[in-house]
Design a protein around this ligand. Sequence first.
Ligand code: XUL
Ligand code: CO
Length: 435
Amino acid sequence: MTDFFKGIPAITYEGPETSNEFAFRHYNPNEMVMGKRMEDHLRFAIAYWHSFAWQGGDPFGGQTFDRPWFGDTMDLARLKADVAFEMFDILGAPFFCFHDADVRPEGEDFANSTRNLEEIVDYFAAKMESSKTKLLWGTANLFSHRRFMSGAATNPDPDVFAYAGATIKTCMDATHKLGGANYVLWGGREGYETLLNTDLTREIEQAGRMLSMVVEYKHKIGFNGTILIEPKPQEPAKHQYDYDVATVYGFLKRFGLENEVKVNIEQGHAILAGHSFEHELAMAASLGILGSIDINRNDYQSGWDTDQFPNNVPEMALAYYEVLKAGGFTTGGTNFDAKLRRQSLDPEDLILAHVGGMDACARGLKAAAAILENGTLEAMRAERYAGWNSDEARKMLSGEYALDDLEAYVRASGLNPEPRSGKQERLENLVNRFV
Ligand code: XUL
Ligand code: CO
């Protein structure tokens, strides 16, 4: 045991009335929601990078956190892992997620970096034998090191493409070895700063080939998890190719990968793309590619990807409504891709941020389930489209009618459509009864 979280108890469910800050008020893992345990619905994961690797820097200042494991040695990487697994236990977190760069020091070359990763993966594997925490997903950090400044798969230099592919392979091996449920690709630098030096046709083809190799390798090693792309429109690149869910779907279709790859949708990324989180979730569900979610919240005034812990229950309710409507997660889950504010220095801040986030998600999930079970919202949605159940309406979609048939039909029947209310406020009032 380290003494980092000394004095902080394991967090358990005490209910909404408790005055104990170190307790769940709403997240009750064993509570049944629509016939499934809450823990199995939400599938919470702790993000290694924000909680253990991020040092509190911003564009105007560096490190604010003073963690005993900061540094570039394997001993410190093991200390970081000790503290991480202690936090997983305190929170009862069913999953965690990591990038290679979060968990191991960079070596002087590829072989050394990989050896460091493999050693830490073995260290994780030993811990996971006695821990209840599993791996939701692993990923490669192909955006922090300067070699990736002009992209990884989309780099103009084929040597970087090769290095990126080799790195992904080692991270897929690590994920597979640890029994990961998914493998994620987020292309932070897969995009460009200026078209003046960019051949976007070539770059997108490179990205397509890389993703195909990822899928081929997944099958080669018998990895049963889901490959997930995480869309984001910009930050750090000015234009990123995986802009949003719809763009990713077009990319997958183009390379014939739409049945192989799903999406990991992050709330803050949806907002950066000018969408609501629930829009992105509904779009992914509609396209059959809803995989997993990265949960956080952006500051709506700043326009940045601020990665704050979620605390807006109505937003969570609308998000989990889409997840539940789509049948819930299979391999996916709810990853806290959220970081403390840089002034939140204390170990207990890290715990309380997650406690609050888990409670906010649990309230959202319960509200979403209540709206679904109530049924009025879906009944009213169905009623809005009920006209499409008529024979005439079906013919319009089945190909039996062409435009000139529609003209004939409108003339013959004397159609003169009357607008009907969309009832938005009434529906908003309905939702507000549950959140
Ligand atoms: C960056 C982001 C990443 C991915 C994993 O905005 O969300 O942390 O989740 O690379
Ligand atoms: Co993310």
